[in-house]
Design a protein around this ligand. Structure first.
Ligand SMILES: Cc1ncc(COP(=O)(O)O)c(C=O)c1O
Length: 402
């Protein structure tokens, strides 16, 4: 068997993955906007399974996008895959992101060796690359990070690693973040306060109307990190705008977003931050050159594909509605979510439930007890309709027999 054989577990069209790559590469130069549907068809019709998901496995535990990436992103990657012997980056990405968030536009060149001055945007290898740099640039020994928990907790973990202290503010009823509590927890030792909206694992959105007074209540020497990894899933367009507009009046605000969720590019590793250039510069001074030719071109192409974004959001919304209906019928409590996943209160031994779903039914869901110490709850990502149905069918079987 050839050493370079490509794993063909993701094909749904009958086209072998190898044949697809060969054909697509041959035509890559000719692929353009008009070929969107053709590329979509080649990568798997209405959706792709993606890496590490053999047929039969329902992987709805990691907040990935079951729809797959935008065909335009795939096309961008294919057209450059033989060019990776050169350093390079997509020259349009920084400017496109600045325009998207209404901050001053600074353009990149196509060389990662020409550093930009005064940029309001930084692009990283996933937003966690940037969260990591924020932690290293802004938190010093003996200082504090204030965060709502249970939550994503990335900065809290970094604080602990850097001999800083984490201040955990508990959630309110309905898993809502306690903005008042976060504000009151800020002291003269606080370096960073974190709001994740919608929260992970809570799915709760903090609207701009609440963020505005909250940000105004935080002293300017404290960095306010607003993590919007899932905000593009929010149902109302005004909620999807996010908090970048606050940066003009509050130079201590930094907003992070990712291409891993609604854009369906988790494996590509692209995320970005929006902030005042002083904040961006400080963060960038703690980063290396983590971007790739392929990832920046894929991200730039994905930003032009509103259709794909809408399809991703619609898939999540339809999936959540289906979960709600089914859970209502089964009398299971859940937290309605503005994100791509739902917290469900199984009121049972979830270690056993999650194990049986995985071992007996090949369905993987998130164990909120193991991950966040939320006893009795699971976090389930909305997948393809057939995956959501397989999960509900498996859940019914496991519950009847337990
Ligand atoms: C709330 C939140 N922020 C940030 C991230 C990091 O995502 P990435 O590094 O893929 O951009 C995640 C990943 O799941 C997340 O849930």
């Amino acid at each position: 068997m050839s050493k370079f054989k490509i794993d063909d577990t993701s094909g749904r069209t009958g086209l072998s993955r190898r044949g697809f790559l060969k054909g697509a590469l041959a035509g890559a130069g000719a692929l353009s906007v008009g070929s969107y549907e053709a590329v979509a068809q080649m990568v798997g019709g209405s959706s792709v399974r993606g890496w590490g998901v053999p047929p039969g496995l329902v992987r709805i535990d990691a907040n990935e996008n079951a729809l797959g990436p935008s065909p335009r992103a795939v096309e961008a990657v294919l057209s450059l895959v033989t060019s990776i012997n050169r350093y390079g980056q997509n020259p349009d990405l920084l400017g496109k992101l600045a325009r998207r968030h209404g901050v001053p536009v600074v353009e990149w060149t196509d060389s990662p060796f020409a550093p930009v001055q005064d940029a309001w945007i930084a692009v990283g290898a996933g937003s966690s690359d940037l969260l990591f740099a924020i932690g290293h640039a802004f938190i010093r020994e003996g200082q504090e990070v204030v965060e709502s928990l249970p939550g994503f907790g990335f900065l809290t973990r970094l604080a602990n690693m850097q001999n800083a202290n984490s201040v955990r503010v508990p959630l309110l009823e309905g898993m809502k973040p306690d903005l008042d509590g976060l504000s009151k927890a800020v002291t003269d030792r606080t370096a960073v306060v974190v709001v994740t909206t919608p929260g992970n694992p809570t799915g709760q959105l903090t609207p701009l109307s609440q963020l505005k007074p909250f940000v105004a209540s935080i002293p300017e020497r404290v960095l306010v990190l607003i993590d919007e990894a899932y905000i593009e899933f929010a149902e109302k367009a005004e909620d999807r705008e996010g908090a970048a507009s606050l940066i003009a009046d509050h130079p201590n605000v930094i907003v992070t977003r990712t291409f891993s969720k609604v854009f369906g590019m988790a494996g590509m590793r692209v995320g970005y931050a929006v902030a005042n250039p002083a904040v961006i510069d400080r963060m960038n001074s703690h980063r290396g050159n983590t971007l790739t030719l392929l990832s920046t071109h894929a991200a730039s192409a994905a930003l032009d594909d509103e259709t794909h974004m809408t399809r991703s959001r619609d898939l999540a919304i339809r999936g959540k509605r289906y979960f709600y209906e089914q859970l209502d019928e089964m009398g299971i409590e859940y937290a309605p979510s503005e994100s791509s996943f739902v917290m469900m209160n199984m009121k049972t031994d979830v270690d056993e439930l999650v194990r049986r779903l995985r071992e007996d039914h090949n369905v993987r869901v998130g164990n909120a007890k193991a991950r966040w110490n939320i006893d009795g709850w699971i976090r389930v990502t909305a997948g393809l309709p057939e995956e959501n149905e397989a999960f509900i069918a498996a859940l019914k079987k496991v519950m009847v027999s337990s």
